[in-house]
Design a protein around this ligand. Structure first.
Ligand code: HMG
Ligand code: MG
Length: 306
């Protein structure tokens, strides 16, 4: 049996990926409180918001206000999505620790999501990466639709590797392989991450799995077998992408942490505090958490209190 990594870094993308798809506006104060609860639960990496067009994604229109409302904790990296120079100009004054440029392995998805093809997206990212790095800000790259596309269907491993190398070529420092619509299965997930690992070290490759088909935990386990130790997850399993209809949220942070702790893998996270954070934001949204572990632990608490 392969040795699994002893420690995993969780990047909670709930405030961004989780909330971006919500139709009714979530108050800025609630978004800020969610970030505060996540950092109190031990998260050191939080994706806070995105500097995209508010016409395209209205929910993220309060990006600067959310960033300004944060009481930052030492040792926490606050990241934001940036699609172009306009986004970078708006993001820089808010002092993110990391920016995320987001491309796709599928031409059709790139067009729908960011209104340009893959090659053009790289040209848009180039000055963004340069500007961010000149300002001392780390740059992560997300490769959407690495395991399948809602518009074109199959996406080849060569397509994934091509975008990875294009991102490397413009100075992107970390690459996240994303299953936007949650169709990937474990061996396929491994194969996609292996392509990224040909170009980036283990510490700079992560997995981002939406859980639409219930495969995300299995995919993460398969990536752990490769030694990958960084994963994006979303508190309470919130989210989806507005340009991938029907796709559900990222795998829930609580579920991943439950699995990792069960495997004896350290996360530095307090599962009870995560469950509270998940219950908080689910309450704001008026529905129960999607997280299975979150729901189970809340039920257990209720029974213990009765
Ligand atoms: P565009 O229309 O091609 O841009 O959009 P443009 O440069 O032609 O500008 C058009 C208008 O947008 C102008 O305003 C610009 O000022 C404005 P107007 O003159 O019409 O009033 N604009 C902006 N405003 C604010 N911030 C900006 C910005 N840029 C232009 N940065 C653009 C291109 C990328 C902006 C647009 O397509 C967009 O905002 N798309 C949103 C994409 C998005 O947020 N998708 C969800 C996040 S990605 C995701 O969820 C996947 C991920 O989780 C991984 C996975 O699961 O796959 C990361
Ligand atoms: Mg996503």
């Amino acid at each position: 049996m392969s040795r699994l990594p002893p420690r995993v870094t969780i990047v909670d993308v709930g405030p961004r990926d989780g909330l971006q798809n919500e139709k009714s506006h979530v108050a800025t104060g609630h978004k800020v409180e969610l970030v505060h609860r996540l950092q109190a639960a031990g998260l050191h990496e939080i994706e806070v918001t995105s500097f995209v067009s508010p016409k395209w994604v209205p929910q993220m229109g309060d990006n600067a206000a959310v960033m300004a409302g944060l009481q930052r904790q030492a040792g926490v990296r606050y990241s934001v999505l940036v699609p172009n120079l306009k986004g970078l100009e708006a993001a820089l004054p808010t002092q993110p620790d990391e920016i995320v440029v987001f491309g796709a392995a599928s031409e059709a998805f790139s067009q729908r999501n960011i209104n340009c093809g893959i090659d053009e997206s790289i040209e848009r990212f180039r000055p963004v990466v340069e500007g961010a790095r000149a300002a001392g800000i780390k740059v992560r790259g997300a490769v959407s639709c690495a395991l399948g596309c809602p518009y074109q269907g199959e996406v080849s491993l060569d397509d994934v590797e091509r975008v990875v190398t294009l991102m490397k070529g413009i100075g992107v420092q970390h690459v996240g392989i994303a299953d936007t619509i949650g169709v990937g299965t474990p061996r396929r997930a491994q194969a996609a991450l292996e392509r990224a690992l040909k170009h980036y070290p283990l510490a700079e490759v992560s997995g981002h799995f939406h859980d639409t088909y219930g495969q995300a935990l299995a995919n993460i386990y398969a990536c752990l077998e490769l030694g990958v130790f960084t994963f994006d997850t979303s508190i309470a399993g919130l989210g989806g992408c507005p340009y991938a209809k029907g796709a559900t949220g990222n795998v829930a942070t609580e579920d991943v942490v439950f699995m990792l702790h069960g495997l004896g893998i350290e996360t530095g996270l307090d599962l009870d505090a995560l469950v509270d954070a998940g219950a908080f934001i689910s309450g704001v949204l008026g529905r129960p958490p999607v997280s299975r572990a979150g729901k189970a632990l809340l039920t257990k608490r209720e029974k213990a209190a009765a």
